[in-house]
Design a protein around this ligand. Structure first.
Ligand code: PLP
Length: 234
């Protein structure tokens, strides 16, 4: 148990150092990059160890799994849904999470908005973009992005903060760079065109193997699982 906590603490320390170095390389302030510790497939002991080592944002990719953990973790951290959100899980997601990174269609946004209204709750969201349509990835295609941004931006109980991407897996993280660059361009274009009234600032991009490249390209949130918690048994 001790050993696990020490290991996670060391991992978090190293990830934060890598974040800082990547930010400085890009002439950015490391403090503007939020670290989301993705705890999917890990239990309460791992999560508590991460919190004890300074983690304040946790990410999960399945509503059902999150529901088994979140109520058991002390308040004071925020929980982000980073995985694909199924329609029949919208209500529970509205109850459980503080932010959702993976809005990828109008119908899910509408459902979420309705459930949040019933809870008198406002939630920050990101729209997930799919720039690799040949892959079976989730996300809204680029051609439909502006319309979805506009509609979500108008919803009473959702606060749209920016965009998220999960590029196809490349063994060389450099190969993800064009996706990160493109996402940043899309965010800038939405802002330039004033599609929503307040500026969109967040870019959720970068995982354990490519977060440094993502930070060089403007990531404001990185979603890191393996590099913090270790390999998952899948
Ligand atoms: C699992 C997951 C991550 C973290 O992946 P690692 O490679 O373990 O860092 C990030 N984002 C999403 C959407 C995920 O499902």
């Amino acid at each position: 148990m001790e050993r696990l906590a020490e290991e996670i603490k060391g991992n978090i320390h190293r990830v934060k150092e890598r974040i800082a170095r990547a930010a400085l390389r890009a002439g950015r302030d490391p403090d503007e990059i939020k670290l989301v510790a993705v705890s999917k497939s890990f239990g309460l002991e791992h999560i508590r160890a991460a919190i004890a080592s300074g983690i304040t944002i946790l990410g999960e990719n399945k509503v059902q799994e999150a529901h088994q953990k979140i109520p058991h973790i002390e308040a004071g951290v925020s929980w982000h849904m980073v995985g694909h959100l199924q329609s029949n899980k919208a209500k529970r997601a509205a109850e459980l999470f503080d932010m959702i990174h993976s809005i990828d269609r109008l119908s899910i946004a509408e459902k979420l908005n309705r459930h949040l209204a019933a809870l008198s709750k406002r939630m920050e969201v990101l729209i997930q973009v799919d720039l690799a349509e040949e892959e079976t990835k989730f996300g809204i295609p680029e051609a439909e992005l502006e319309e979805l941004v506009k509609r979500v931006g108008e919803m009473e109980n959702l606060t749209l903060k920016g965009l998220m991407i999960m590029p196809p897996f490349f063994s060389n993280p450099e190969d993800g760079r064009p996706y990160f660059q493109r996402l940043r361009q899309l965010l800038a274009r939405l802002n330039r065109r004033g599609v929503v009234s307040s500026e969109l600032k967040e870019l959720s991009m970068g995982m354990s193997h490519d977060f440094e490249v993502a930070i060089e390209e403007g990531a404001t949130m990185v979603r890191v699982g393996t590099a913090i918690f270790g390999p998952r048994e899948e």
